[in-house]
Design a protein around this ligand. Structure first.
Ligand code: PMP
Ligand code: GLN
Length: 400
């Protein structure tokens, strides 16, 4: 008895592995990115009301019209986009499903996909299941001339070929906290046009952007509307990751690729949560501004605790993760850690704080780039971050 090769090669995600280890060890879980607080009370009430009102059978396959209309209005309010709810939006079970549907719906075997690494781990699985070929472009850590993670323009150019089908982009970026700048997005757009390619842009952290950084919707760059499918999700903007309501939006023909796959993956996502997310997307501008301000405070609180523990972090302009440099950390015998997995296991089991080893977010050829880092999620209550901080103080470090 054996399972299919395509499944056998996938293993278990690093999120499941470290959340299980955190639970077993009684560790504060700063690994998997989920808030330990709930989204707005009125939105939870809206879901309960929808259940009570009998919205308990299948939603329409593409998503309820109420939610598709709210998604369209939200895109008009924040980005000036005009998206027809009927032909340009599909609601999915989280952004993870939207990404999978889009890759299966757009990529033919042998097509090349340009993707910045590190990347959210489902990207690689989706590209491979579609039979696509990954063309990674490395995001390099900040250095004397770059304040944020950056890429080499020539390396990006060289990743394109006549076989390039699409660029898979994530901004704000998990795990680096990078928010792509206008100049960077313009270069990507120019290369997409030159190669007659498409863009699949994961903007799930669109509202988690910290001033002075600004989120730009890639689809609104000149020429990109017709070539771009944008993915987002209620999980991040409303701290409701367990509801798994996401969506894909873009020109009707690209959306047709997503919708065709979606109808046979889940057909429809959870009906009452769709009604509640429609209400969430209509929250006033103040809500979205407050969310960003609250996350800045959490980011700074965790960054300070990590710095005190000898784990300096890279600058984070968006999303809710900090990448820490682990090169000065030492095990109980005063020895440096072999790699990021060894460090994160030690931290979870012995120090009582779970983090994610970022080498899981690179192709095998470049995993080395993640081995000196650990990813910490700051989407946690102050008390959780403070408890993590006091445990982290026990970490041994090199004496310089
Ligand atoms: N894309 C990125 C970059 C993510 O970090 C995540 C999850 N944290 C997702 C997609 C998945 O979103 P969802 O939970 O809505 O499936
Ligand atoms: N995207 C979340 C993270 O990066 C985890 C989602 C998942 O567990 N698949 O932490």
């Amino acid at each position: 008895m054996s399972i299919a090769a395509r499944a056998a090669s996938l293993g278990t995600t690093v999120f499941s592995e470290f959340t299980a280890l955190a639970q077993k060890s009684g560790a504060v879980n700063l690994g998997q990115g989920f808030p330990d607080f709930d989204g707005p009370a009125e939105i939870k009430e809206a879901a309960i009301a929808a259940i009570r009102a009998g919205e308990n059978q299948y939603a329409p396959g593409p998503g309820s019209l109420a939610l598709r209309t709210a998604i369209s209005e939200h895109a008009a309010r924040f980005y000036g986009q005009s998206l027809d709810p009927n032909s340009m939006i599909t609601v999915t079970s989280g952004a993870t499903e939207a990404l999978f549907d889009a890759l299966l719906g757009l990529v033919d075997p042998g097509d090349e996909v340009v993707v910045f690494e590190p990347f959210y781990d489902s990207y690689l699985a989706g590209i491979e299941m579609a039979g696509g070929v990954v063309r990674p472009v490395l995001l390099r850590p900040p250095d004397a001339t770059h304040e944020t993670f950056w890429f080499d323009a020539d390396e990006l150019r060289a990743a394109f070929s006549p076989r390039t089908k699409l660029v898979l982009l994530n901004t704000p970026h998990n795990p680096t906290g990078k928010v792509f700048t206008l100049a960077e997005l313009e270069l990507i757009a120019q290369l997409i046009e030159e190669h007659d390619a498409l863009a699949l842009v994961d903007e799930v952290y669109e509202h988690l952007v910290y001033a002075p950084a600004r989120h730009l919707r890639f689809a609104t760059l000149p020429g990109m509307h017709a070539r771009t499918l944008t993915i987002s999700s209620a999980g991040k903007s409303f701290s409701l990751t367990g509801w798994k309501i996401g969506w894909a939006m873009g020109p009707a023909e690209l959306r047709r690729g997503v919708q065709s796959v979606h109808q046979f993956v889940t057909f429809a996502s959870a009906a009452p949560f769709q009604t509640a997310v429609a209400a969430a997307l209509r929250l006033p501008d103040d809500y979205f501004a407050l969310v960003a301000r609250e996350f800045v405070a959490r980011r700074d609180r965790l960054a300070a605790a990590l710095a005190l523990a000898g784990l300096p972090t890279h600058r984070c302009d968006g999303a809710y993760f900090l990448l820490a440099d682990i090169s000065l950390a030492r095990d109980a015998n005063g020895a440096p850690f072999a790699d990021d997995f060894a460090f994160c296991r030690h931290l979870t089991e012995k120090i009582g704080v779970a983090a994610i080893p970022p080498s899981a977010f690179y192709t095998a050829a470049h995993a080395q780039a993640g081995r000196g880092l650990a990813r910490f999620a700051f989407c946690k209550r102050d008390a959780t971050l403070d408890e993590a901080g006091s445990r982290l103080a026990k970490l041994s470090r090199a004496t310089k």
